[in-house]
Design a protein around this ligand. Structure first.
Ligand SMILES: [Zn+2]
Length: 54
């Protein structure tokens, strides 16, 4: 039922890199995009901004 897809923008405040991904929310309210970590190695202090896709 909950198959809304989101456009997820992940920004890294450490190096300024930006990633645009698509994903779904899981039952924990997290966005599943397959994103692991930034190219600079940062994986904890990322800015995540998601908007539902139409
Ligand atoms: Zn980075």
């Amino acid at each position: 039922m909950n198959n809304i897809r989101y456009r997820v923008i992940i920004r890294c405040p450490q190096c300024g890199e930006k990633y645009i991904l698509r994903g779904k929310r899981n039952e924990k309210g997290e966005y599943e995009t397959g994103f692991k970590k930034c190219v600079c190695g940062n994986e904890s202090s990322l800015t995540i901004d998601a908007t539902p896709e139409k």
